[in-house]
Design a protein around this ligand. Structure first.
Ligand code: NAD
Length: 487
């Protein structure tokens, strides 16, 4: 299996490399084999990327937004047309099954690029009337923005960050996760093919130090990171020390609350989506599943029966529903948490093992895992595991569910399943989380803001809110009479 790109980085409309850079091996998580060898960016590469972005951005910002949008929409069309080819690449990069990547990864990036290409021309400042004098506001681009991606949704993350940035007249230098460097290069080629001027979307590879070099670069106006809370704190501090704009999409330990009156099959389907999709490597996952006493037994019975049917295996087989975790370190982390759960007294209700799959012995597989008998204090109920490990907890009434759901340092997401709609809205209003669902889970359409409260981050991706985060407001007061001066 090979997926070697033409070179490691994409700068000023072409592939470039610097073999002085630290070696970066791309590993197919299903087998553990090396599928590409790249180099992390050297200082020289970082400078080239920032400088070409800076040079290209000035002209780009002057282009009519309708024309910028047209280029983005063309890129979206190319992405849609190449969906299966890029989904295949994303599967090699991440190990996620093609059953998922063909519907969720390039398609989500394309949808967001299409959305921003469409709305940007209608996103303008305001006119403010002072009864004669007036004022208006301008939404101006920030300049060079840096995007830093996580490994669970590589092309989606690159699309979610670059589309609003470019639509608003900025340039973006993007550093994918060192674990998943490939698909963002494909996106860069598509932007060029769609007519995006050279330098506006540059991709540089590397580890955390390259991310820090980009985020701390004096020519950079904004940094948008998707990653863990500890990384978010470092990057936000760095950005803050230089008064840069920042968006942080970080981790979570989100609650999913299932009331007695919920449709049990929908609730089970929601809980499985909230824990097992992408082998549980989703920031917004609802890993604390609170189930009301009256529905608890029936829910657990159906959850177990449906979880038993999950097909684990070859990610390139269209029937496979669950692939491996991203790498060995993540595998050790997740199996470690399963041991912690057992040691802390939770009941391992289902899974917890490492499946033995012929031909995939070197892969980082783990069974979908369900713990019952979990208490709120246990580490598996408090810390982000980032694997397919669901904790099922029971509760008696609404007030208890709300209090326990909110008892976390995180605040990315939450879900409620109930047929009682006044209760659904009442409960969601009390939950301290940014991205919430009623009777579904984990949908992230382009039109809806996405982001967290508390430790889960600052700023929002998608929707018009993202255009605000990739622009700055200029207020212009206009006098139509004489200057009334006391001097
Ligand atoms: P991570 O924090 O280890 O790395 C994220 C990115 O930051 C990588 O590209 C990494 O190279 C870079 N990085 C690391 N140290 C850096 C530094 N000091 N300065 C600048 N960049 C640095 O996260 P990960 O393991 O790749 O991803 C998993 C985490 O991401 C989980 O916590 C998950 O919840 C979170 N996540 C959040 C969202 C969201 O939208 N809220 C989406 C996906 C993943």
């Amino acid at each position: 299996m090979r997926a070697q790109p033409k070179a490691s980085h994409y700068i000023n409309g072409r592939f470039v490399d610097d073999e002085q850079g630290q070696p970066l091996e791309v590993i197919y998580p299903a087998t553990g084999e090396v599928i590409a060898r790249l180099h992390a960016a050297t200082e020289n590469i970082v400078e080239l990327a920032i400088e070409s972005a800076r040079a290209a951005q000035e002209q780009w910002a002057r282009i009519r937004p309708t024309e910028r949008g047209r280029i983005l929409r063309r890129a979206a069309d190319l992405l849609y047309a190449r969906n299966d080819e890029i989904a295949h690449l994303e599967t090699l990069d991440t190990g996620k099954p093609v059953q998922e990547t063909t519907v969720a990864d390039p398609a989500s990036a394309a949808e967001v690029i299409e959305f921003f290409g469409g709305v940007v021309a209608g996103y303008n400042g305001e006119y403010i009337d002072f009864g004669g004098p007036f004022a208006y506001t301008r939404r101006e681009p920030l300049g060079v923005c840096v995007g830093i991606g996580a490994w669970n949704y590589p092309i989606q993350g690159a699309g979610w960050k670059s589309a609003p940035a470019l639509a608003m007249g900025n340039a973006m230098v993007f550093k994918p996760s060192e674990n998943t460097p490939l698909s963002t290069l494909a996106l860069a080629e598509i932007y060029t093919e769609a007519g995006l001027p050279d330098g506006l979307f540059n991709v540089v590879q590397g580890f955390g130090d390259v991310g820090a070099a980009l985020a701390g670069h004096p020519q950079v106006a904004k940094v948008s990171l998707t990653g863990s809370v500890p990384t978010g704190k470092k990057v936000l501090s760095l950005a803050g020390s230089q008064m840069k704009h920042a968006t942080m999409e970080l981790g979570g330990k989100s609650p999913l609350i299932i009331f007695d009156d919920a449709d049990v099959e929908n609730a089970v389907g929601g809980a499985m989506l909230a824990n097992f999709y992408s082998t549980g490597q989703v920031c917004s996952n609802g890993t604390r599943v609170f189930v009301q006493d009256g529905i608890y037994d029936r829910f657990l019975e159906r959850l177990t029966a449906r979880t038993r049917k999950i097909v684990i295996g070859d990610p390139l087989d269209p029937d496979t529903q669950m692939g491996p975790l991203i790498n060995k370190a993540q595998h050790e982390k997740v199996t470690g948490y399963i041991e912690i759960g057992k040691a802390d007294g939770a009941t391992l209700h289902y899974g917890g093992g490492v499946p033995q799959l012929q031909g995939f012995e070197g892969g980082f597989y783990i069974e979908p895992t369900i713990f019952t008998g979990v208490t709120d204090e246990m580490r598996i109920a408090r810390e982000e595991i980032f694997g397919p490990v669901m904790s099922v907890l029971s509760f008696a009434d609404e007030a208890e569910a709300i209090e326990r759901a909110n008892d976390t340092e995180f605040g990315l997401s939450a879900g409620v399943f109930t047929k009682d709609l006044p209760r659904a809205h009442r409960v969601i209003a009390e939950i301290k989380a940014g991205s919430c669902w009623i009777n579904h889970y984990n949908l992230a359409p382009a039109e809806l803001p996405f982001g967290g409260f508390k430790q889960s981050g600052v700023g929002r991706e998608n929707s018009l809110a993202a255009l605000a985060h990739y622009s700055q407001l200029k207020s212009v007061y206009v006098e139509t009479g004489d200057v009334d001066s006391p001097y």
